[in-house]
Write a protein that binds this ligand. Structure first.
Ligand SMILES: O=C(O)CC[C@@H](O)C(=O)O
Ligand SMILES: [Zn+2]
Length: 548
């Protein structure tokens, strides 16, 4: 068996959701693992472990998924009350926050769109590339959570870097503000207009330009939907080093622009390591080629990183054990609390708890990806046995086939969707020391008592907590109980107020909780240099006092 870590270059036009630039090409590392296992296999762990079964199928690589309970430590789940609240909140699922834009002033130096502008865009993009359709615009003006709503009157669909360059050159000269938009699955208001910004939609730039099986380098455009890249590489026997719940809609350009973390960062690392090169279009239309594929290149500043992301207590012992026992094959270590599981079971059709309905406080989803199925299986078996004997987990199930593995993932990936269905939701995406992570969830529960359902889940392996607070409807009173408390708490514990979602509009003014003033000033200077008029995705990322 051989496991190869191979690089894939991708040509990619990155729509840069919050930042001042457009990246066009992306080089992605792909990991190829060759696997030969085909036989089904089931195994028990003694009397407490009858639910453990190994998943083994014809997959090109050997992925094993297990879903287990971390030992329950107290807290009673108020089932009936909870369900009552969820029923009640369902009705409010698509109520918005009203206008968050009210907190921001439109930059008066930006021009307003006129008929000459439209004519010019039609000249370069053709009629089809210039969208004024109201219904289409209504969708593009609103974010996935229906929380942020802009009033753009125009959506442009470029097909090439050249067209993006022409759009930006023109917008810059006219001082027209622009919002780049990919799959619009962002959670911090970064991918929708705040006011009347022109939307540059990347969907038509969705070509995979090349894939080299030897180097593993994938070259693609920024509008490629993540799931399409995952499937494409899967068919070639390779793995995309990025996976997240929104994969069916989100685009790789948006992923890179937010340095999206996702479900397998624990194994493959962040996009800073996996993107080998980018081609970007600056605010003034200039195209910058940083499409290198070299692993080592110390000739000056590695500028592509400016564009990448230019927007997880008991579990800890289990995580340490998982790292120790599973080592290099550990590819996901996700956690959810009982309230998260309950949300999914209550709101998503066809989702079922793979384990007997006993109360447990935390659940962990572990996945391993390796190249030697019997060896990997043995490792996971050994780890689970050890974890059971040491009392780190109290129950668990191992997927027996790929369908079961997907149904385990559906529980974890379905949480944001279930939250949406439950009503209004306040989202916080935090990096925190793992041992402190859940303290915040508990403190928040005490603070809000019965007025909200506070859930905690996330990428424990990466120290990334998704604190979500669900209420019947948005309420400024509740918001003042959450903020700035949550930011102050995070800052006090030297965490980050945005682990993987970016700052967007939501947290632009809160950047100081995670970055010193001098650093923010330097960022503002860089933005000014690359986008002097500030037309690219205004009001996002940088504090409003520094961005206009
Ligand atoms: O909705 C959220 O808060 C998290 C979304 C996403 O990052 C996830 O890990 O599921
Ligand atoms: Zn996440």
């Amino acid at each position: 068996m051989e496991r190869l870590r191979l690089r894939a270059t991708g040509s990619f036009f990155r729509y840069c959701s919050n930042r001042s630039l457009f990246d066009r090409r992306l080089n992605i590392n792909s990991v190829n693992s060759i696997h030969n296992s085909t036989s089904g296999y089931a195994h028990g762990f003694g009397k407490n472990c009858r639910d453990f079964h190994f998943f083994s199928d014809n997959h090109k690589w050997n992925v094993q998924t297990c879903f287990g309970f971390v030992r329950y430590q107290g807290e009673t789940f108020r089932d009936s009350t909870e369900k009552g609240l969820l029923e009640k909140t369902r009705r409010f699922q698509y109520r918005g926050f009203g206008s968050l834009a009210a907190k921001v002033q439109r930059n008066p130096s930006f021009s307003t769109l006129n008929s000459d502008d439209i004519s010019y865009f039609k000249e370069i993009l053709g009629e089809k590339g210039v969208i004024e359709d109201e219904e289409w615009l209504a969708t593009a003006n609103t974010d996935w959570m229906h929380k942020y709503k802009g009033s753009s009157k125009l959506l442009l669909q470029p097909r090439s870097t050249e067209e993006v360059s022409q759009i930006l050159k023109y917008c810059n000269s006219r001082c027209l503000a622009v919002v780049p938009q990919g799959g619009n699955t962002g959670l911090v208001g970064g991918s929708v207009p705040v006011f009347d910004e022109v939307i540059v939609n990347m969907s038509l730039m969705n070509n995979i330009i090349s894939f080299d099986k030897v180097s593993g380098i994938l070259v693609c455009e920024g509008g490629c939907i993540l799931e399409n890249l995952i499937t494409f590489l899967d068919n070639q026997g390779f793995i995309m080093p990025l996976d997240l719940g929104a994969k069916g809609s989100c685009q790789i350009g948006g992923n890179v622009s937010t340095n999206a973390g996702g479900l397998r960062l624990v194994r493959y690392g962040s996009l800073h390591g996996n993107v080998l090169g980018l081609e970007v279009v600056l605010a003034d239309g200039n195209v910058i080629d940083m499409l290198g594929t070299l692993r080592k290149d110390n000739t000056g500043y590695d500028l592509k990183h400016l564009f990448i992301g230019s927007e997880g207590s008991l579990g800890i012992k289990l995580l340490m054990e998982a790292k120790r026992k599973l080592g290099e094959i550990l590819s996901a270590f996700e956690f959810l609390d009982s309230k998260s599981l309950d949300l999914v079971l209550n709101h998503l059709d066809g989702v079922r708890n793979p384990l007997p309905p006993t109360l447990h406080k935390f659940y962990i989803l572990i996945e391993t990806t390796g190249s030697d199925e019997p060896y990997d299986r043995q490792k996971l078996e050994g780890f689970l046995l050890h974890a059971m004997e040491a009392g780190l987990i109290s129950d668990g199930a191992l997927a027996q086939d790929i369908n079961q593995a997907s149904s385990f993932w559906r529980i974890r990936e379905g949480i944001p969707e279930a939250l949406m269905k439950a009503g209004a939701v306040y989202k916080y995406d935090l990096s925190l020391p793992v041992e402190k992570m859940y303290d915040l969830v508990e403190e928040m529960r005490t603070r809000l008592s019965d007025s909200a359902n506070v859930v905690g889940y996330g990428h424990l392996g990466d120290g990334n907590l998704h604190l979500n607070i669900s209420t019947a409807q948005y309420d400024d009173g509740i918001l003042t109980q959450i903020e700035p408390f949550v930011y102050e708490w995070t800052s006090k514990h030297r965490g980050s107020i945005s682990a993987e979602h970016g700052l967007g509009l939501m947290k632009a003014n809160e950047i100081f909780y995670s970055k010193p003033t001098a650093t923010v000033s330097l960022m503002a200077s860089i933005k000014k240099m690359l986008d002097p008029k500030g037309i690219l995705n205004p009001y996002k990322v940088l504090p409003h006092s520094l961005s206009s």
